[in-house]
Design a protein around this ligand. Sequence first.
Ligand SMILES: Nc1nc2c(ncn2[C@@H]2O[C@H](COP(=O)(O)OP(=O)(O)OP(=O)(O)O)[C@@H](O)[C@H]2O)c(=O)[nH]1
Ligand SMILES: [Mg+2]
Length: 281
Amino acid sequence: MNINWYPGHMKKTKELLQENIKLVNLIIEVVDARIPNSSKNPDFDKLFRDKKRLIVLNKYDLSDPNMNKLWEEHYKSKGWSVVLYNSTNNKELGKLNNAIAEATKEIVERYKKRGFLNKTIKAMIVGIPNVGKSTLINSLAKKKSTKTGNMPGVTKGKQWIHLAGNIDLLDTPGILWPKFDDEECALNLAFTGAIKDDVLVMEEIALKFVERMQQMGKENVILEKYNIEAGEKPLDILDNIAYKKGFLINKTEIDYLRVANLLFNDFRAGKLGNITLEMPE
Ligand SMILES: Nc1nc2c(ncn2[C@@H]2O[C@H](COP(=O)(O)OP(=O)(O)OP(=O)(O)O)[C@@H](O)[C@H]2O)c(=O)[nH]1
Ligand SMILES: [Mg+2]
């Protein structure tokens, strides 16, 4: 399977990130807690080498709590600030504000020594598409300052948002990288909705998803959710879901696209439970 999605606007966004590095003190890199490795753009480590970085493991309400701890420790051990966050829950805001304050402590101290007591901290939010960057900004701004949506490619250009407490945030469009060398990584991005469904054959992706769930010993989650029998092959599971739901074309042919859409709507909304698809090395 050959999965790639690097439209022209992503190349432009990379240039935009590059141009704005000098203007910011802090990089807030948002990753998906269900796929912390696959959702980490490998270009960023080089691009932001010399900047203070805060990693937000976003959507941790959808990922496995035991894995969350492992990933948090993993990134801490790399010397980055880390916070587990749910951008859709305003009760968690304090946690993110504390993490930002902690990550910018040294910068604020340096400003103070030079006599700048209320200097604005500028932070740039970066990450792959659909990971929750704009939702996170809206949570910090306590209002809808920037457009969000459950599909990749919602934010089209850069946008500065001024927050109380002397901080400016730069929202940026999500970007991937030109070529996925690793099929597992590409599939993880497809499963979670970071790659536009339109450029994928969702029926095949669904098959790969069932296969992965089987490999992880989580096939039961699917069987229980749809109240179906186990099957020998991943395709049997898709068939069983289709028969159970009556997803047939002309009463005979299985409508695999409908099955795929159901499966991914449920997985992406957390209706298959808290699932993390990869472990730290
Ligand atoms: N469950 C859950 N959903 C979230 C969280 N953060 C964001 N979402 C949802 O994820 C979807 C994508 O959010 P956006 O904020 O638009 O993502 P983005 O990173 O700005 O995406 P692009 O602008 O396309 O790059 C939306 O449906 C949000 O409601 C979270 O922490 N938990
Ligand atoms: Mg956005």
